[in-house]
Design a protein around this ligand. Structure first.
Ligand SMILES: NC(=O)c1ccc[n+]([C@@H]2O[C@H](COP(=O)([O-])OP(=O)(O)OC[C@H]3O[C@@H](n4cnc5c(N)ncnc54)[C@H](OP(=O)(O)O)[C@@H]3O)[C@@H](O)[C@H]2O)c1
Length: 247
């Protein structure tokens, strides 16, 4: 029986991915900044651990408590939507600390066991905005594009040890808590000079019918985790698949 550890399981893609793997008889280590047992079905194969990916001590404790794992999913992430002029450096740092350095730190923490066992898969969740950039997302897009580059280089470094690294690139998913969780970083992030552009961007989003569902991401993670021949980049969601296909 295989074990998957997923970051950011309190809501959205992480939560759905935890459910998806539980239903398929995997052992699941669902990690959250604030552990909550009530969001997932009770199962003897489920463990819920506290983990904040920007805290080195928290990472060490969670990896220690998790024991051997077969698949790591770096899903925890935060957004910031706004013009660069209106984005504080504190917000930019927070986004890179979580999305980019959090992913790197988690990956580093599992590597010794993967390398020694000559087995393991790292699945990094980035975004379809790295296929086709959108305005007002420069910092967020950069934080995810860095993870794409990191993962593609690392995959080559780990191949001799039979350790795989893969990317899952979801499209826009309005059903998760992502937008709401980004709000604190969006205070004053759209100065008047960018208001018209922002209106156009938001109108485009409300018109587009193709979106990504949490289930699409769980399925893409499943493919990355279980199919050794899966491609490096797996688009998740109808909108992301369309963008990937147009590249
Ligand atoms: N929704 C979209 O449109 C979209 C599109 C493409 C890619 N993505 C990416 O998909 C991933 C999941 O996003 P989502 O849409 O499911 O959003 P979400 O519902 O906001 O879930 C994000 C999760 O990350 C956790 N998290 C944030 N900072 C963390 C930290 N320092 N340590 C550990 N966990 C942390 C959150 O936990 P708390 O509850 O503790 O805040 C939450 O569980 C993110 O990497 C995001 O960038 C999202």
């Amino acid at each position: 029986m295989k074990t998957i550890l997923i970051t950011g399981c309190s809501s959205g893609f992480g939560l759905e991915t935890a459910r998806y793997f539980l239903e398929r008889d995997w052992n699941v280590v669902a990690t959250m900044r604030t552990p909550r047992a009530d969001v997932l079905p009770h199962s003897s194969r489920l463990r819920i651990l506290a983990l904040d990916v920007v805290d080195a001590h928290s990472i060490a404790q969670a990896i220690d408590a998790a024991g051997p794992i077969d698949v790591l999913v770096n899903n925890a992430g935060i957004g910031v939507l706004g013009a660069l002029e209106g984005t504080t450096m504190a917000s930019a740092r927070e986004v890179f600390d979580t999305n980019t350095l959090g992913t790197i730190a988690m990956t580093q923490a599992v590597l010794p066991q993967f390398r020694q066992r000559k087995a393991g898969v790292i699945v990094n969740v980035t975004s379809s905005v790295t296929y086709e950039p959108l305005p007002l997302l420069s910092v967020y897009t950069a934080s995810k594009a860095a993870v794409n580059a990191f993962t593609e280089s690392l995959a080559l470094e780990l191949a001799p040890f039979n350790v795989r690294a893969r990317l899952v690139l979801p499209g826009r998913a309005p059903e998760t808590r992502f937008g709401e969780n980004a709000r604190p970083r969006m205070e004053g992030a759209i100065p008047e000079a960018y208001a018209e552009l922002a209106q156009r961007v938001f109108a485009g989003w409300s018109e587009s019918s193709a979106v990504t569902l949490a289930q699409d991401v769980a399925e893409a993670v499943w493919r990355a985790a279980t199919a050794p021949s899966s491609p490096m980049r797996i688009a998740a969601g109808a909108d992301a698949v369309a963008l990937a296909g147009s590249r």
